[in-house]
Design a protein around this ligand. Structure first.
Ligand code: HEM
Length: 417
């Protein structure tokens, strides 16, 4: 079935289907859904025929309503992405606090919140800058590179692995494992198909984590892996599969999301010379560029809830058990909220985007860390290579979940420091 935005009857649109995401998010399709049918039912999932259909929630206000009402819209009973079981088994989604409802969710999240406040994260500022400079410094003598691999991946992996207490020599191995899960649906990246995640990748993550768990049990450390191993909820330690999936959640969120937003941000900056010049003239504008990149290119296209009872959302009659997909890629371009939403305008103010969620219980834990990493990465990239240019066609990961570039070829130009 075609998903051409112009011609497909609105009732036949399957927003999640892979052919809509070949060149990144189908922004025109979502614009049409927002105006014609903002809470939209798709009866099937083309690429996962065994999966049930889903509601697409596309506007800013409706996503805000869903996100804040965890009693009606559960993160636990059906999983956190549009695919219930096809990539990660449901029981493993439910072992991460992103896949739990209160009260357990709140108690587990609270163990980490103290370490992720803007103040505590700011203490890592110098270290993150040093990591970034080391990575950019390695490009000496290189004319062209892929910004995704050469810069983004190396920086974000080192930062999150440092938080988890993992040695630098393992950064790449962990990044590859996380990427394999997050990009499992892309045939070009993962020709073996998404089942490889359950057959091979998850068992390997479990096996490697078991060694870390045993090590932290014997020798407690002050890293986040140790926090998970020694966590107690109502006097009970976490089970091993909950520790592994807690580890997975932090590692996957830390690896993929910041990498994605940095690369999309750089692409937008390089494609808009006037915006780049603003940043070169006044680097204090970088935090605003970060917010605008988060808005236009949210790293996660969607997260999902499941209705716990029959309910009505903006006129749509949602039944108990239905999948409810919140499309952040759509709400962040909702023209009722953002003027001229398809334009990258780093001076946009206010910029209350939903890239980190829409204010509910599951609001991103890592916002301060992500913002600091993104600011540092953009500042240093422009300081080292102010004349950087796009050197080839950027390619997206083909996915309705992660919104990220697979490659971003750049010509670095003269090094300025
Ligand atoms: C550009 C970067 C990032 C973006 C766009 C992003 C986005 C999001 C979103 C949209 C959610 C909400 C999920 C939902 O609605 O159910 C979320 C949750 C979460 N994020 Fe991030 N994230 C980013 C970076 C990070 C980083 C660096 C970490 C660090 C470890 C992190 C850790 C988490 C965790 C643990 C949750 C689950 C929170 C909960 O369930 O209460 N994120 N993130």
């Amino acid at each position: 079935m075609s998903t051409e935005p112009e011609t497909t009857p609105i009732t036949e649109i399957l927003a999640f289907s892979k052919d809509s995401w070949e060149d990144g998010p189908p922004n025109e399709l979502f614009a049409r859904m927002r105006s014609e049918c903002p809470v939209h039912w798709s009866p099937e999932m083309l690429d996962f025929p065994e999966e049930a259909g889903y509601w697409s929630v596309t506007t800013y206000d409706d996503i805000h309503s869903v996100s804040r009402d965890w009693e009606t819209y559960s993160s636990e009973i059906g999983g956190i992405t549009a695919i219930t079981d096809g990539v990660l088994p449901l029981e493993l989604s439910q072992a991460m606090f992103i896949g739990m409802d209160p009260p357990k969710h709140d108690r587990l999240k609270a163990l980490f919140q103290g370490g992720f406040t803007p103040k505590r994260i700011a203490e890592h500022g110098e270290e993150i800058r040093e990591i970034t400079r080391n990575v950019l410094g390695r490009l000496d003598g290189v004319e062209e590179c892929d910004l995704v691999d050469a810069v983004a991946q190396s920086v974000v992996s080192r930062v999150i692995c440092r938080f988890m207490g993992l040695p630098p020599e393992d950064d790449q191995m962990w990044a590859e494992l996380m990427n394999s899960v997050m990009t499992a649906g892309d045939d070009a990246i993962n020709p073996e198909g998404p089942q490889i995640v359950q057959e091979k990748i998850i068992p390997e993550i479990f096996q490697r984590c078991q060694a870390l768990i045993e090590d932290r049990r014997a020798n407690p450390t002050d890293d986040l892996t140790s926090v998970l191993v020694h966590a107690e909820i109502d006097g009970e330690k976490l089970e091993d599969h909950e520790i592994v999936m807690g580890f997975f959640l932090l590692m996957a969120a830390g690896n993929d999301s910041t990498k994605a937003t940095y690369c999309s941000a750089m692409r937008a900056i390089l494609e808009n010379p006037e915006q780049r010049q603003l940043l070169l003239d006044d680097p204090d504008l970088v935090p605003m560029a970060v917010e605008e990149a988060l808005r236009m290119f949210p790293a996660f296209a969607h997260f999902r809830r499941t209705a716990t009872k029959d309910t009505v959302l903006n006129g749509a009659e949602i039944k108990k058990g239905d999948k409810v997909v919140m499309w952040y890629v759509s709400s962040n371009r909702d023209a009722t909220m953002f003027e001229d939403p398809d334009t990258f305008d780093l001076r946009r103010e206010p910029n209350d985007h939903q890239a980190f969620g829409a204010g509910g219980r599951h609001y991103c834990l890592g916002t301060a860390l992500a913002r600091l990493e993104l600011k540092t990465l953009i500042e240093e990239s422009l300081r080292y290579y102010p004349e950087m240019e796009i050197a080839g066609e950027p390619k997206y990961v083909v996915s309705g979940f992660v919104n990220q570039l697979h490659t971003l070829p750049v010509r670095l130009g003269p090094k300025a420091i």
